[in-house]
Design a protein around this ligand. Sequence first.
Ligand SMILES: Cc1ncc(COP(=O)(O)O)c(C=O)c1O
Length: 424
Amino acid sequence: MSTLAQAASAKSATSGHGLDWPHLFATRAERMKASEIRELLKLLDQPDVISFAGGIPDPALFPAEAFGAALTSALTGDSRGAALQYSVSEGYKPLRDWLVTRMASLGVACTADNIMITSGSQQALDYLGKLFLSKGDTALVGWPTYLGALQAFNAYEPNYDRLTPLGNRSASDYRETAAAAGGPGGGRVKFAYASADFANPTGETLAESARKKILDLAEELDIAVIEDAAYQSLRYDGDEVPPLLALDIERTGGIENTRTIYCGSFSKTLAPGLRVGWVCAAKPVISKLVLMKQAADLHSATLNQMAIHKVASDGFDAQLAKIKATYMARRDAMLAALSRHMPEGVSWTKPDGGMFIWVTLPEAADGAALLAESLKTERVAFVPGKAFFADGSGANTLRLSFSCASEAMIEEGIKRLGRVVRGG
Ligand SMILES: Cc1ncc(COP(=O)(O)O)c(C=O)c1O
């Protein structure tokens, strides 16, 4: 045993606190911190709390019977061996074929070779962080952005810079900032991450002109664009805006020439528990992702992919129509309640779809303190907005989700929240 090891073992024997794990962990583990918000949200699952905090689908809307029938059929027919056997990393071919048609309806002409199935789109974000980010590289993200994307990318030790599609920062400014932040040798900008439709947390959608500006900037910087399309199917009104990938194809002439990597998900439309999402991109990107998936989990659960394929092919549009009608009514109820109950000086987004409304309070307000107060006095929960900012700003913002509360609960909850905001 080396002297160092002896010292360490003596220390752990005398202190009785077990191993000093952090000194064994890789440096990347330092960036993996429990989010205060996620920890807090665990405490909110109490029956008397009206919660606008979780951004999850309403379980009452899951097509549970259709899944029951699909799973039975996968396990009893000729496919049962395949359903339970190891399979290819690219994903279940009939599902990829179904997705080729779905992507075509969004203006994305591709083949099954441009699609890899992932275990939720969260897995795609992790893989893309791993694929693109060396320590000290820069990822461009929104201020605010999806917290789970920051968690996924953090493990690869990047810096973040603000993606402002409508701002006037030049490519060279981004490049110089990345080099200066990257430490010895400098870092490079590697990708821009954007949730273009009904973003989590703001509910906002990027106009076609903003999408084109992101593509222009990406072209100038010669970087990839990660399009997070988790909520794209949940449009309640307004006109469809083509995905960044479709606009990229329009300007480059075909998917093989594009720089956009589209991450889709069945979580918000069919069921998150089955963990099925997909990536659609040029083949060189898919090939690398397939190798990463082989190393990470071999493939996503075949039985789940089969069930998703069956339920989607039998009635994706009908399921969409059902959930959209419910969520739209809840969004309308929340917008109306906010107008009735929020005091002067408070503003909020008016999303065309998705699950979220983003509230901005007067400058001096503190969302985290307001949450503590709100839980104590009114039993209403929401997510303080600060966690969604890579630079720790945004203390005076809140995220409200309308997906899981009835219209009556929304009215009551926003009335109570209005009282907390007035008092705060
Ligand atoms: C913007 C966004 N992207 C990705 C995800 C991950 O979803 P999943 O892994 O279930 O597809 C979520 C989940 O809430 C999300 O809000």
